[in-house]
Design a protein around this ligand. Sequence first.
Ligand code: SD4
Length: 332
Amino acid sequence: MVNRRHFLRLGPLVSLFPSLAFRATQLQPAKTIASDTVQSGLPQGGPLILSTWKQPKAHAAAQAVLDQGKRAIDVVEAGVRVPEADPNDTSVGYGGLPDRDGRVTLDACIMDENGNAGSVTYLENIMHAISVARAVMEKTPHVMLSGEGAQRFALANGFKKENLLTPASKAAWQTWLKTAKYKPVINIERHDTIGMLAIDKAGNISGACTTSGLAYKMNGRVGDSPIIGAGLFVDNEIGGACATGLGELVMRTCGSFLVVELMRQGRTPQQACEEAALRIVKKQDYKDVQVGFIAVNKSGETGAYSIHPGFNFTLTRNGQTEVTDARSYINK
Ligand code: SD4
């Protein structure tokens, strides 16, 4: 598989929604796995910003905060707030596609360099789920708040209640209802869930992950994205990891925690992502569903890997932003 690199200048670029569509006849396992080859044209080392999918606008906002010398937690929060507020991003926050009952329910989590974590699940009518997750981390003795309680907490802490279902997302849902199948068909959905990792100027690592979850999911369904250890994990001594794709596969394998623990055992970020994906491939039916991982270690080396082709990641270092197609277990 050839990795295509796109060098992008920071600035207002139109975000794209990568499709994960592929045909079963194209399935062909990669010949080599667990490679430690770095998939980046940029020199290694921090500070840096790394995220799932094509996220140049989020990286521009994150870089501005990084440039101010702020903490990595501030960098990732500022970054992921961009797609949360973007009505055209149908996987995150405002404009996110609803569940099958027409409700937009958000999942998000955040983790800092001290091992503090905050999370919200099934959050409705609050645009910036990531900032609510941060408030849970900083203002409560808990890690996770859910549903109505999370919303009440948000409102009590100054967040505004608003309708997150845009006319476009509502129309897409109404179209989906005509042929609705019970089973989520992730390989034909579009993805842009953002998991972001950053190393700040002090060398500290933090991460954030935010999503509206699977489009047309069952009401009440919560994915991997707000689960510490599944959608995101950070250990400032070792590194951080984020996952995207079908959350059920990630949750069953504690995906992001696994990636960080593999790095602790000596794997490079690339090797760790590949091994975590292999863990899924060995035990679960992956034929029609996608999972992708990104990772960074304390030295600022990065890795990314997915089960199927179509996953890409964004990396910013020294003000330069690069979007790269990740290697995958299945070759194109
Ligand atoms: C979920 N992992 O809710 C999320 C979906 C996702 O890009 O990553 N979409 O399962």
